[in-house]
Design a protein around this ligand. Structure first.
Ligand code: ADP
Ligand code: ADP
Length: 226
């Protein structure tokens, strides 16, 4: 079935002094279980599109349905991960990962077990009680992935998840993400300006341009993931 349906979506930012057409009419579908990259240059509207998919930014016109329901506000069944890990500095790794559960007032004991298995999966065993400042950039991004997955979301949305990392850490992160992928086979949509990242991780790449800010190519990666 269709997990994400984006239909004629436009976004205009109007600051009063300036009007920016950030997304100029974008349509695509993501099937359940697909891992899709949106690839495009800086400023072409990728983040805006992803934020609209996550219900974090309003849609000027058009429509986004996720699992058949119009996307108008954030949902716990949609995990979002940003470019900077944006962890809470005074909380430990485990507390950061469980933070969405606390906010949603779900049973902590049940999700603590899941959080611990995610921590193991991304190779952070033994770091549960460390604070973000005690971790490297790559480790913090792995914590952010765990946090995005702790509520067992149907869909994972990621905004340039590796762009702040060096090349070696990026490859490690990519592997961690593929491991998670195999275990949970989630639907994922991520935006990137890196062709390498798109081709290595995704099984389909949507190419976006700047003016107009729209998708111009829809490419299936023929050899699949390693
Ligand atoms: P990308 O993620 O591809 O770099 P963005 O979605 O961040 O692109 O930005 C697309 C365009 O929208 C850019 O011209 C950017 O300056 C503008 N933009 C992004 N966010 C805002 C905002 N909150 N207010 C006004 N303009 C914005
Ligand atoms: P950065 O994001 O700073 O480039 P990494 O995430 O690759 O770096 O990690 C930097 C340092 O942290 C390395 O010395 C690495 O050995 C250590 N490190 C990373 N992950 C782990 C782990 N799971 N266990 C122990 N040490 C780790």
């Amino acid at each position: 079935g269709t997990a994400i349906s984006v239909d004629g979506v436009r976004k205009i930012y109007d600051t009063g002094r300036e009007r920016t057409e950030a997304v100029s009419g974008v349509s695509f579908d993501v099937k359940r279980g697909e891992f899709v990259a949106i690839l495009g240059p800086s400023g072409c509207g990728k983040s805006t599109l992803l934020m609209m998919c996550g219900g974090l930014e309003s849609i000027t016109s058009g429509r986004i349905d996720i699992e058949g329901v119009a996307m108008t506000q954030p949902r716990p069944s949609i995990g979002v991960m940003f470019q900077d890990a944006s962890l809470l500095p005074w909380k430990t790794v485990l507390e950061n990962i469980l933070f969405p559960i606390k906010i949603l007032k779900r049973p902590m004991a049940e999700y603590t077990e899941r959080a611990r298995s995610l921590i193991d999966m991304v190779g952070l065993h033994g770091f549960e009680d460390k604070k973000p400042h005690q971790l490297s950039g790559g480790m913090r991004q792995r914590v952010a992935i765990c946090r995005a997955l702790v509520y067992d979301p149907d869909i994972l949305l990621m905004d340039e998840p590796f762009s702040a990392l060096d090349a070696i850490t990026r490859d490690e992160m990519g592997e961690a993400l593929l491991d998670i992928w195999e275990q949970y086979t989630k639907t994922a949509l991520f935006v990137t300006h890196s062709i390498r990242e798109a081709v290595l991780l995704a099984d389909r790449v949507l190419v976006m341009t700047r003016r107009p800010a729209t998708i111009v190519e829809d490419i299936r990666i023929p050899f699949g993931r390693p």
